[in-house]
Design a binder for this molecule. Structure first.
Ligand SMILES: [Zn+2]
Length: 208
Protein backbone atom coordinates (compact mmCIF):
# COMPACT_ATOMS: atom_id res chain seq x y z
CA UNK A 1 0.00 0.00 0.00
CA UNK A 2 1.37 3.38 -0.95
CA UNK A 3 1.68 6.15 1.59
CA UNK A 4 -0.87 8.07 -0.47
CA UNK A 5 -3.54 5.54 0.41
CA UNK A 6 -2.96 6.09 4.12
CA UNK A 7 -2.34 9.83 4.12
CA UNK A 8 -3.48 11.30 0.84
CA UNK A 9 -1.21 14.16 -0.15
CA UNK A 10 -2.82 15.12 -3.43
CA UNK A 11 -6.45 15.85 -4.23
CA UNK A 12 -7.98 13.14 -6.42
CA UNK A 13 -10.06 15.82 -8.15
CA UNK A 14 -7.44 18.30 -9.29
CA UNK A 15 -4.11 16.71 -8.36
CA UNK A 16 -3.04 19.68 -6.25
CA UNK A 17 -1.37 19.20 -2.91
CA UNK A 18 -3.96 18.77 -0.18
CA UNK A 19 -4.10 21.35 2.57
CA UNK A 20 -5.91 21.04 5.87
CA UNK A 21 -9.34 21.75 4.37
CA UNK A 22 -10.03 18.47 2.63
CA UNK A 23 -12.63 15.75 2.88
CA UNK A 24 -12.37 12.16 1.65
CA UNK A 25 -9.19 13.04 -0.24
CA UNK A 26 -10.60 15.96 -2.22
CA UNK A 27 -9.86 19.64 -1.66
CA UNK A 28 -12.46 22.22 -0.76
CA UNK A 29 -12.26 23.74 -4.22
CA UNK A 30 -13.16 20.43 -5.89
CA UNK A 31 -16.04 19.76 -3.50
CA UNK A 32 -17.42 23.25 -4.01
CA UNK A 33 -16.85 22.91 -7.75
CA UNK A 34 -19.48 20.15 -7.91
CA UNK A 35 -22.52 21.65 -9.53
CA UNK A 36 -25.79 20.27 -8.10
CA UNK A 37 -28.67 20.09 -10.54
CA UNK A 38 -31.89 21.19 -8.90
CA UNK A 39 -34.32 20.44 -11.62
CA UNK A 40 -34.94 18.69 -14.86
CA UNK A 41 -33.38 15.43 -15.76
CA UNK A 42 -33.71 13.50 -18.95
CA UNK A 43 -36.10 10.87 -20.19
CA UNK A 44 -35.32 7.42 -21.50
CA UNK A 45 -37.06 6.09 -24.62
CA UNK A 46 -39.79 4.52 -22.48
CA UNK A 47 -40.50 7.78 -20.66
CA UNK A 48 -38.58 6.92 -17.49
CA UNK A 49 -37.35 10.17 -15.98
CA UNK A 50 -33.71 10.12 -14.87
CA UNK A 51 -32.46 12.75 -12.44
CA UNK A 52 -28.74 13.47 -11.97
CA UNK A 53 -27.33 14.87 -8.74
CA UNK A 54 -24.58 16.95 -10.32
CA UNK A 55 -23.53 18.26 -13.69
CA UNK A 56 -21.27 15.88 -15.61
CA UNK A 57 -17.88 17.58 -15.23
CA UNK A 58 -14.33 16.19 -15.07
CA UNK A 59 -14.30 16.61 -11.30
CA UNK A 60 -17.70 14.92 -10.92
CA UNK A 61 -16.33 11.98 -12.94
CA UNK A 62 -13.27 11.78 -10.72
CA UNK A 63 -15.48 11.30 -7.68
CA UNK A 64 -16.99 8.27 -9.38
CA UNK A 65 -13.63 6.89 -10.46
CA UNK A 66 -12.10 7.41 -7.03
CA UNK A 67 -14.95 5.56 -5.33
CA UNK A 68 -15.22 2.72 -7.84
CA UNK A 69 -11.71 2.04 -9.13
CA UNK A 70 -9.80 3.67 -6.27
CA UNK A 71 -11.94 1.45 -4.01
CA UNK A 72 -13.03 4.17 -1.64
CA UNK A 73 -16.73 3.33 -1.21
CA UNK A 74 -16.96 5.67 1.80
CA UNK A 75 -17.18 8.56 -0.70
CA UNK A 76 -20.59 7.18 -1.67
CA UNK A 77 -21.83 8.59 1.67
CA UNK A 78 -21.71 12.29 0.74
CA UNK A 79 -22.39 11.47 -2.93
CA UNK A 80 -25.55 9.56 -2.01
CA UNK A 81 -26.72 12.41 0.21
CA UNK A 82 -26.38 14.82 -2.71
CA UNK A 83 -28.35 12.37 -4.85
CA UNK A 84 -31.11 12.22 -2.22
CA UNK A 85 -31.27 16.05 -2.29
CA UNK A 86 -31.84 15.92 -6.04
CA UNK A 87 -35.10 14.03 -5.37
CA UNK A 88 -36.66 17.00 -3.57
CA UNK A 89 -38.86 18.16 -6.41
CA UNK A 90 -39.73 14.66 -7.55
CA UNK A 91 -43.46 14.53 -8.26
CA UNK A 92 -43.81 10.92 -7.18
CA UNK A 93 -42.51 9.40 -3.96
CA UNK A 94 -41.21 5.96 -4.93
CA UNK A 95 -42.37 2.82 -3.13
CA UNK A 96 -39.10 0.98 -3.65
CA UNK A 97 -35.50 1.81 -4.38
CA UNK A 98 -33.91 -0.83 -6.59
CA UNK A 99 -30.17 -0.58 -7.22
CA UNK A 100 -28.89 -1.26 -10.72
CA UNK A 101 -26.76 -4.35 -10.09
CA UNK A 102 -23.11 -4.49 -11.07
CA UNK A 103 -21.81 -7.50 -12.92
CA UNK A 104 -21.20 -10.17 -10.26
CA UNK A 105 -17.55 -10.43 -11.30
CA UNK A 106 -17.01 -6.71 -10.61
CA UNK A 107 -18.69 -7.05 -7.22
CA UNK A 108 -16.50 -10.03 -6.43
CA UNK A 109 -13.31 -8.18 -7.32
CA UNK A 110 -14.23 -4.86 -5.70
CA UNK A 111 -16.13 -6.10 -2.71
CA UNK A 112 -18.97 -3.63 -3.28
CA UNK A 113 -21.45 -2.54 -5.94
CA UNK A 114 -21.77 1.22 -6.60
CA UNK A 115 -25.53 1.11 -7.26
CA UNK A 116 -26.22 -0.69 -4.00
CA UNK A 117 -23.91 1.54 -1.92
CA UNK A 118 -25.59 4.68 -3.28
CA UNK A 119 -29.08 3.17 -2.96
CA UNK A 120 -28.48 2.52 0.75
CA UNK A 121 -27.53 6.14 1.38
CA UNK A 122 -30.52 7.46 -0.58
CA UNK A 123 -32.74 5.06 1.36
CA UNK A 124 -31.44 6.25 4.74
CA UNK A 125 -32.21 9.86 3.73
CA UNK A 126 -35.65 9.23 2.28
CA UNK A 127 -37.00 6.30 4.28
CA UNK A 128 -37.81 4.44 1.06
CA UNK A 129 -36.64 0.83 1.37
CA UNK A 130 -33.92 -0.72 -0.79
CA UNK A 131 -34.99 -3.93 -2.48
CA UNK A 132 -32.35 -5.85 -4.40
CA UNK A 133 -34.78 -7.41 -6.81
CA UNK A 134 -32.94 -7.20 -10.11
CA UNK A 135 -30.45 -9.96 -10.74
CA UNK A 136 -27.60 -9.66 -13.15
CA UNK A 137 -26.48 -12.88 -14.72
CA UNK A 138 -22.92 -14.15 -14.84
CA UNK A 139 -23.51 -14.40 -18.55
CA UNK A 140 -23.64 -12.74 -21.01
CA UNK A 141 -20.26 -11.21 -20.32
CA UNK A 142 -18.82 -9.04 -23.04
CA UNK A 143 -16.84 -5.88 -22.74
CA UNK A 144 -19.61 -3.35 -23.15
CA UNK A 145 -17.30 -0.72 -24.61
CA UNK A 146 -16.43 -2.89 -27.59
CA UNK A 147 -20.04 -3.15 -28.72
CA UNK A 148 -21.91 -0.80 -30.99
CA UNK A 149 -25.18 0.82 -29.91
CA UNK A 150 -27.46 -1.99 -31.03
CA UNK A 151 -25.16 -4.59 -29.48
CA UNK A 152 -25.18 -2.79 -26.15
CA UNK A 153 -28.93 -2.55 -26.10
CA UNK A 154 -29.38 -6.23 -26.93
CA UNK A 155 -26.84 -7.28 -24.31
CA UNK A 156 -28.35 -5.08 -21.60
CA UNK A 157 -31.79 -6.58 -22.22
CA UNK A 158 -30.48 -10.13 -21.80
CA UNK A 159 -28.39 -9.40 -18.72
CA UNK A 160 -31.07 -8.63 -16.12
CA UNK A 161 -33.79 -10.67 -14.46
CA UNK A 162 -36.50 -9.60 -12.06
CA UNK A 163 -38.40 -12.64 -10.75
CA UNK A 164 -40.70 -10.65 -8.44
CA UNK A 165 -44.13 -9.05 -8.47
CA UNK A 166 -44.04 -5.26 -8.56
CA UNK A 167 -47.71 -4.67 -9.34
CA UNK A 168 -48.79 -1.15 -8.44
CA UNK A 169 -45.33 -0.06 -7.27
CA UNK A 170 -43.40 3.01 -8.35
CA UNK A 171 -39.75 2.08 -8.54
CA UNK A 172 -36.70 4.33 -8.27
CA UNK A 173 -33.66 2.80 -9.98
CA UNK A 174 -30.32 3.98 -8.57
CA UNK A 175 -26.93 3.83 -10.29
CA UNK A 176 -23.69 5.80 -10.20
CA UNK A 177 -23.46 6.93 -13.82
CA UNK A 178 -25.68 6.97 -16.87
CA UNK A 179 -23.84 6.85 -20.19
CA UNK A 180 -25.92 5.43 -23.05
CA UNK A 181 -28.93 4.78 -20.82
CA UNK A 182 -29.24 1.19 -22.08
CA UNK A 183 -28.62 -0.32 -18.67
CA UNK A 184 -31.22 1.84 -16.95
CA UNK A 185 -33.65 1.25 -19.79
CA UNK A 186 -33.22 -2.52 -19.53
CA UNK A 187 -33.81 -2.37 -15.76
CA UNK A 188 -36.86 -0.13 -16.20
CA UNK A 189 -38.28 -2.63 -18.70
CA UNK A 190 -37.75 -5.46 -16.21
CA UNK A 191 -39.69 -3.48 -13.60
CA UNK A 192 -42.52 -2.72 -16.01
CA UNK A 193 -42.74 -6.38 -17.06
CA UNK A 194 -43.00 -7.27 -13.37
CA UNK A 195 -46.03 -4.99 -13.10
CA UNK A 196 -44.50 -1.72 -11.85
CA UNK A 197 -46.83 1.23 -12.42
CA UNK A 198 -43.97 3.69 -12.80
CA UNK A 199 -40.20 3.87 -13.04
CA UNK A 200 -37.72 6.68 -12.40
CA UNK A 201 -33.95 6.80 -12.26
CA UNK A 202 -31.46 8.58 -10.02
CA UNK A 203 -27.73 8.80 -10.81
CA UNK A 204 -24.74 10.80 -9.63
CA UNK A 205 -24.12 12.19 -13.11
CA UNK A 206 -25.24 11.59 -16.63
CA UNK A 207 -23.06 11.70 -19.71
CA UNK A 208 -25.96 11.89 -22.15
ZN1 LIG B 1 -8.96 19.44 -5.75
Amino acid sequence: MSLDAVLPTRCFGCGNRLGSTQAYGACQRCWLGLDPLDRGGSHLQDGTRVVSAVRDTDVARRFLLRAKFGRRPEIYGPMGRMMASALRDFPQRPDDIIPVPSHPWDTLVRGFAPGLELARVVSSRTGVPVRRLIHRGWRPWTRFKRLDRAGRRALALRAFRLPHDLRGRHVLLVDDLMTTGHTLLACARCCRSAGARGTSGLVWSSAS
